[in-house]
Design a protein around this ligand. Structure first.
Ligand SMILES: [Zn+2]
Ligand SMILES: [Zn+2]
Length: 280
């Protein structure tokens, strides 16, 4: 009789590995210099175990946009965002926990046409979500090496942008990871436009400015040229609001200007020209 195989999940970043008898030797996402292994010890769980004492909570953020996050918080603690359009729904970023209630609720809302991921920290259980809804997972080619559970459902896109649905477009930014992307939702914020930014353009604690880092937990900055390049990409998009990776990390208005001013502030401090003037 063979040993029981399980698809192990890293408890630090929430990523799920292909089924195996023993847990993986380590998690490459957490061993990477941008992340960390808490206490230096790798720990594992499974989806089955996670479902025993965790649930997903849903919040409507604005018409056509729902946040989904696990409670109590698990791993990095991000939320997924469900964008609803007349052509179907897109899940932006992902969370490890997918249970029967989540599947029923998302199906009742029309299911998913696609799952689009900003970068490897939010890969989590993309294959489980993909199978539950029959939706492809869109990952930028630049991050191919980080997909630990290879599957035909993962569709790599490349280049500067990729149209997911009418009015819903993935935009490549880089910076945090080579393939880091954001999602532009044209009809969001009452037609003024919305960006979903994950960690690529990070909404910070004050909820009206943003930052751009190579590593957030390990506080490694990006060079001026990268920050300027990313701000230029954002300035080419029409948007008024940003929803970040976590609950309450939202720039609710005037977000396009605030991204530019945040980038200017960042570059000024990199060059010893920073001032105490706040971003208005
Ligand atoms: Zn990990
Ligand atoms: Zn990240």
């Amino acid at each position: 009789m063979g040993a029981v195989r399980a698809a192990y999940i890293c408890t630090a970043c929430g990523i799920q590995f292909p089924p195996s008898e023993d847990p993986p030797a380590g998690c490459p996402i957490c061993a990477d210099y941008r992340q960390f292994v808490p206490g230096g010890r790798q720990r594992w769980t499974t989806l089955e175990e996670l479902c025993r004492d965790h649930r997903n909570a849903f919040q409507q953020l604005e018409p056509g946009l729902l946040g989904i996050a696990t409670t109590p918080e698990f791993a990095i603690g991000q939320r997924a965002l469900l964008v609803r359009t007349p052509a179907g729904n897109v899940l932006w970023d992902c969370i490890s926990l997918i249970d029967e209630a989540t599947v029923e609720i998302v199906r009742a809302l029309g299911g998913l046409v696609a799952i689009a991921i900003s970068h490897p920290h939010y890969y989590t259980t993309i294959i489980e979500w993909s199978r539950a809804f029959g939706a492809p997972v869109l990952v930028h080619e630049g991050d191919r090496e980080w997909v630990v559970r290879e599957d035909g459902a993962v569709t790599f896109w490349n280049g500067d942008a990729h149209d997911v649905l009418p009015g819903v477009r993935l935009v490549h930014c880089g910076g945090h990871f080579s393939g880091s992307a954001i999602l532009h939702w044209e009809q969001g914020a009452g037609g003024r436009g919305v960006l979903l930014t994950g960690d690529t353009i990070q909404v910070v604690a004050d909820s009206h400015t943003v930052s751009f880092m190579r590593s957030y937990p390990n506080m490694i900055p990006l060079p001026e040229a990268e920050v300027t390049r990313m701000a230029r990409i954002a300035s080419g998009l029409k948007f008024d609001r940003i929803y970040g990776a976590f609950w309450d990390r939202d720039v609710t208005s005037d977000a396009r200007r605030r991204v530019q001013e945040s980038a200017d502030r960042y570059v000024a401090w990199l060059n010893g020209r920073g001032t105490d003037a706040p971003v208005s």
